[in-house]
Design a protein around this ligand. Structure first.
Ligand code: 4GX
Length: 248
């Protein structure tokens, strides 16, 4: 997968994308991330990338012409038929399902806005999809772009180690994960549940499933409405409904 990022702050991407799984995916040529500084595509003496809004009011708007030049120069013939994603609070909210849909693409362009946003003609001419990482306000689209890259990177076949497969993730399965333990067996008087040290694989599997269902019922009950549940899951949830009151 190749991701072209258009930003006024390309250096922000260095740390998060040069460590761990994303670094390894790039070294193994599973992922290529190209950063483009929108300011490099200005043609005026002062390299201006923003301007005041028509109609007045506060704030600054990113100009369309540097963004247009950056996209045309960098993407060239690929531009008309590749996804161009604007990160913004007005976009559809990123979920694991949205990520799985985007992960099918071989190439993506991400536009990171700053200030009050971008001239509407950026959307009209270039943007094919608009994504929000959640309902809160950030200072720019760079962190959202990095979140999206991170989510996509671990969905690329071969990017994760054999141990962690993306299929078993919380949110890929539709419910939350339950508790995990590793050594030591006792820490500050807190012990590992006996079932996990008993070596009975089927019992361990069932216990983990029930812990996951209990945690989902307690913390995110709405997820259970769309989760894939079998008869055993439903029976277990019936017993929970009697003991634990769901949150308001
Ligand atoms: N999920 N922000 C973008 C400027 C902006 C506004 C409109 C383009 C269009 C955000 C989020 C987010 C703040 C990043 C406003 N750029 N982006 N920025 N939440 O809050 O994606």
């Amino acid at each position: 997968m190749q991701i072209d990022v258009f930003t006024l702050f390309p250096d922000m991407f260095v740390g998060p994308l040069t460590e761990s799984i994303i670094a390894r995916a790039q070294e193994n040529n599973l992922l290529t991330i190209k950063r483009h500084n929108i300011r490099d595509f200005t043609t005026d003496k002062h390299h201006i990338t923003d301007d005041t809004p028509y109609g007045g009011g506060g704030g600054m708007i990113m100009k369309v012409d540097p963004i247009a030049a950056a996209l045309a120069t960098t993407l060239g013939d690929a531009l008309p038929d590749m996804p161009v994603i604007l990160l913004s609070p007005q976009g559809r909210v990123l979920t694991q399902q949205v990520a799985q849909e985007l992960a099918r693409q071989a190439r993506l362009a991400l536009i990171c806005g700053r200030y009050e946003g971008v001239d509407e003609r950026v959307r009209q001419l270039f943007v094919t999809d608009e994504i929000s990482i959640g309902d809160y306000v950030l200072t720019g689209g760079e962190l959202p772009a990095m979140v999206l890259i991170d989510v996509l990177a671990r969905l690329i076949p071969g990017a994760l180690g054999a141990a962690d497969a993306a299929e078993n993730d919380s949110h890929a399965t539709g419910i939350l994960e339950g508790p995990h333990y590793t050594r030591p067996a006792t820490f500050r008087g807190l012990t590992v549940p006996d079932v996990l040290t008993g070596g009975h694989h089927a019992r361990i599997q069932r216990w983990r499933r029930e812990q996951a269902l209990r945690r989902t019922w307690q913390r995110r009950p709405e997820l259970l409405l769309s989760a894939a549940l079998d008869e055993a899951d439903k029976w277990f949830l019936m017993t929970l409904a009697e003991e634990d009151a769901p949150p308001p």
